[in-house]
Design a protein around this ligand. Structure first.
Ligand code: B1M
Length: 789
């Protein structure tokens, strides 16, 4: 029996924390826990044995951070540390499986950070190879907060070992991971990638994670892992302590087991007593059967779109066919043009975006990857990867951050054989076109036969029917009038016979005829009535969208006509709002995160506005809107970052203009500027710097997240008379106060001015700053006063 068989009908128990157990045995702050495998193997062995005694039957190796980046300065290799760790686990007395622990790399992935997907894959691969060589039984990827990193790790595990792969992520109290992934998205992506068990670890205590666990269980068709912390952390003196007892922990874990979780364990703050109590309480409960969930889902990194409950729109605009400007954009690498098409479709309420960049004169593979990377860094809609080249499809689905749709296969053996293995491996949904070697059958019945062949063949590759969307193909009414109704008939037959999801490229129907919109919307209504789930169309076309909105009411999909009323009650107000949105100003560009366009727009604006007017009227208000959207959970960190980067691009143009204008060249005094420790927001501080320099002050810019002692040292070294500190978060005002205190304590004879959105006059006084500067101009006034100029 192996671990997979065990999971079919019993509970398995992981161990509890390693880090806190090691701290209790002498691990000091700054020491790397994984070095204990080599320096103190007896301690690690003892911890494993304590857990086995308590009832754990899966032991997690002490290799959470055993990757090449974290071990870099230890003098030990990944292979040494992992081999030792697995050997120690093997030598621990008692029956158990050994799970190779793989934690996050410790660097943020693109687009939030700089770590490339391929690099992350290589780092994980090294760990997997070492672990499986050393003889572990399962690979456990855990505490991951970015689904993209999880994807790199799972692929590395599956492509470089034959071991079962488990993957757990960490969630915050709002039910999302750090980068915005919710439970359904995690389940959809990880299940698609073929992991053997999935779930959540760390995050919060068992009570707080309950709603997240319920969501995971609702959607998962495979065993679910739950490893919470020992409650919520609290700082007591200089120790972190957790707030629930072993008994309470175990009671919650019992409830979690009853709800359906299969693998239970503990994370931070737990120890062998937590596991013992949990095993005692759970051991004799009957395991809940794991049901197969039959929903069709596609995802981006943060958003899941379910097909079937209501009509979903697949936007068709990212496609060069018949579009001169689009072709030009592809040839000249004009990403902004393509991104704008994506944004416009999102604003027009598309649910999924088709991405096709097939042009004979470009390198489709390269361009497809670039376009997908760019779109997924600013848009949270799931993508449909559209190409006739299987190599392009594979490359694209690999780097895509979510579960995509592949457009498409058809009934030709050769096509199915090349695409289905890709769809299976990456867990994509596939569109099956009802044509084969003989072309498109004219009769509905024959198209249904091809649909059946596609569904059966997919099944042979292990692809479930829920991951197939059938396209019965729309023919042009001007050329094949008789066959248009065959398509409508085929949609109904396919739905009735196979109960699969359906799509159609709607606008094909009207080629060659005037006023195409009338034909498109009527055909659409007919197809919707027969069961069309996800039409591919232009969401900017008002007629088809109105047809869908009306259909949703009539088909009882838009319950109580809520959306309909919202859309159509204040029609005049709406027109105004749309007019405003359509005049793409710099604010909208920043909110959307289109960097190059921001530069161009700023250049244009500089012809009619003063530099600081642009900062005050566009840059700051745009970031305020972005900040509010972030706070409300409407956007997530990746988009926040894109907007911040866009502002930096715009400000770079303004900075150049200001430097050219360079009003003053005389030296008026030296000022230190810094964003305080713990705070990485530096856009405001950088603006203040440019303006102060422009007025003739010399600025020593210490950057962001500046340690208190660095501010003190630099002030001392440079005999500074004026220090400016910036902070943007309520949490870092404290750090500002500490910095001021340290300057005073070290008898540095300087004045301090403070600024940043979170501050005001009153706060400034409270933390004993000499001045509060609400903006850059105010900072100049303060400097002028201090240096008497
Ligand atoms: Co974040 N962030 N952010 N963020 N971010 C805020 C501040 C937040 C209010 C957003 C929100 O939730 N609504 C919130 C703080 C909540 C709070 O404390 N109550 C927040 C959070 C929570 C976070 C993270 C924790 C998110 C996360 O990781 N989960 C994280 C923080 C990491 C950390 O610092 N340890 C984070 C990260 C980021 C990005 C990296 C994505 C990015 C910063 C990029 C960068 O700066 N390089 C970012 C951004 C862009 C924002 C918002 C949207 C915009 C900030 C900004 O640049 N405004 C912000 C929401 C908001 O403020 N509306 C938000 C424009 C800038 C010109 O204004 O800095 O106020 P401001 O500067 C003005 C004046 O205040 C003044 O002059 C400037 C010009 O007039 N001024 C000074 C500023 N400093 C001065 C110094 C002076 C004098 C005047 O003398 C020394």
């Amino acid at each position: 029996m192996g671990i997979k068989e065990d999971l079919l009908n019993k509970f398995l128990f992981f161990d509890g924390a390693m880090g806190t157990m090691l701290q209790n045995r002498g691990l000091k702050a700054g020491e790397i826990p994984e070095t204990y495998n080599i320096l103190h193997p007896e301690i690690i062995k003892d911890i494993h044995e304590k857990y086995i005694e308590a009832g754990s039957n899966i032991i997690i190796t002490n290799t959470f951070g055993a990757n090449e980046l974290k071990l870099k300065n230890t003098g030990y290799s990944v292979e040494e540390v992992i081999t030792e760790a697995v050997n120690i686990a093997k030598s621990a007395k008692g029956e158990k499986y050994i799970a190779l622990d793989i934690g996050p790399i410790g660097q943020l992935m693109e687009p939030i950070g700089t770590l490339k997907f391929e690099k992350a894959y290589e780092i994980f691969k090294r760990q997997v190879v070492a672990g499986s060589k050393a003889g572990c039984h399962v690979i456990l990827i855990e505490t991951i907060s970015d689904i993209y990193e999880a994807k790199a790790a799972v692929l590395a595990a599956k492509e470089n070992s034959n071991l079962p792969v488990f993957c757990t992520m960490t969630f915050a109290e709002d039910g999302r991971t750090f980068t915005g992934t919710d439970p359904i998205t995690m389940v959809t992506v990880l299940e698609g990638l073929g992991v053997d068990a999935l779930g959540l670890n760390c995050s919060l205590g068992p009570k707080e994670i309950m709603p997240i666990v319920e969501e995971i269980l609702k959607y998962s068709s495979i065993p679910v892992i739950v490893q919470p912390n020992a409650g919520l952390p609290r700082v007591d003196g200089n120790k972190t302590v957790y707030d629930i007892t072993e008994e309470e922990f175990a009671s919650y874990m019992k409830t979690i087991a009853e709800k359906g979780a299969r693998i239970l364990g503990g994370c931070c703050g737990t120890n062998d007593d937590f596991i013992r109590k949990t095993v005692e309480k759970v051991e004799n409960i009957k395991v809940k059967e794991i049901e197969k969930k039959e929903f069709t889902a596609i995802t981006s990194y943060s958003k899941t779109v379910l097909l079937g409950e209501e009509v979903k729109i697949i936007g068709e605009r990212i496609n060069p066919t018949g579009k001169k400007k689009f072709k030009e954009a592809l040839k000249t690498n004009n990403m902004d043009y393509i991104l704008n098409e994506a944004i416009m479709q999102k604003e027009a309420k598309a649910d999924i975006l088709d991405v096709n960049v097939g042009l004979p004169e470009i390198n489709e593979e390269e361009v497809m990857i670039k376009v997908i990377r760019e779109i997924q860094s600013i848009i949270d809609l799931p993508l449909q990867i559209d190409s006739s080249n299987s190599k392009v499809i594979e490359k694209a689905v690999r780097i895509y951050n979510g579960k995509p749709i592949i457009n498409s296969v058809n009934g030709k053996e050769e096509v199915m054989e090349s695409i289905f293995p890709i769809a299976k491996k990456y867990g994509a949904v596939v569109i099956g076109l009802t044509l084969d070697e003989k072309g498109i059958p004219s009769k509905a019945e024959d198209r249904v036969k091809i649909a059946e062949k596609i569904i059966n063949k997919a099944n042979e590759y292990g692809i479930d029917k829920k991951d197939i969307i059938i396209d019965c193909l729309v023919l042009t009414v001007s050329a094949q009038q008789k066959e248009v109704m065959e398509t409508i008939k085929a949609v109904k037959m396919v739905k009735d016979k196979f109960n699969v999801k359906t799509t159609l490229g709607v606008s094909n129907v009207s080629f060659g005829l005037p006023n195409r919109s009338i034909l498109n919307k009527t055909f659409l209504a007919m197809a919707l009535a027969q069961g069309l789930d996800a039409p591919i169309l232009n969401p900017n076309n008002k007629d088809v969208i109105e047809t869908i909105n009306a259909f949703k009411v009539l088909a009882n999909q838009d319950k109580d006509a809520k959306d309909y009323v919202k859309n159509y009650s204040n029609i005049d107000d709406k027109k105004e709002v749309n007019k405003e949105n359509n005049t793409k100003d710099l604010k909208n560009i920043i909110i959307s995160g289109i960097k190059e366009e921001a530069k161009e727009k700023t250049k244009e604006l500089l012809k009619i506005k003063q530099s600081m007017e642009i900062v005050d009227e566009y840059l700051i208000p745009a970031l305020d809107i972005v900040g509010k959207k972030y706070e409300k959970g409407e956007i997530f960190l990746p988009q926040l970052i894109q907007s911040a980067e866009t502002v930096k691009n715009a400000f770079e143009i303004i900075r150049e203009k200001i430097s050219i204008e360079g009003k003053v060249s005389i030296y008026k005094g030296k000022i230190i500027l810094a964003t305080v420790q713990g705070d990485i927001h530096d856009i405001g501080k950088n603006i203040v710097k440019v303006i102060l320099e422009n007025y003739g002050f010399e600025v020593i810019d210490l950057g962001k997240d500046v340690p208190i002692k660095v501010v003190v040292e630099k002030a001392k070294q440079n005999n500074i008379k004026l220090v400016g500190l910036s902070a943007l978060m309520t949490t870092t005002v404290k750090s500002m106060e500490e910095t001021i205190k340290a300057l005073r304590k070290n008898n540095i004879n300087c004045k301090v001015f403070v600024g940043g959105a979170v501050l005001n006059e009153e706060y400034a006084k409270m933390i004993k700053a000499d001045y509060y500067a609400k903006d850059a101009q105010e900072a100049v006034k303060i400097a002028q006063k201090e240096f008497r100029c």
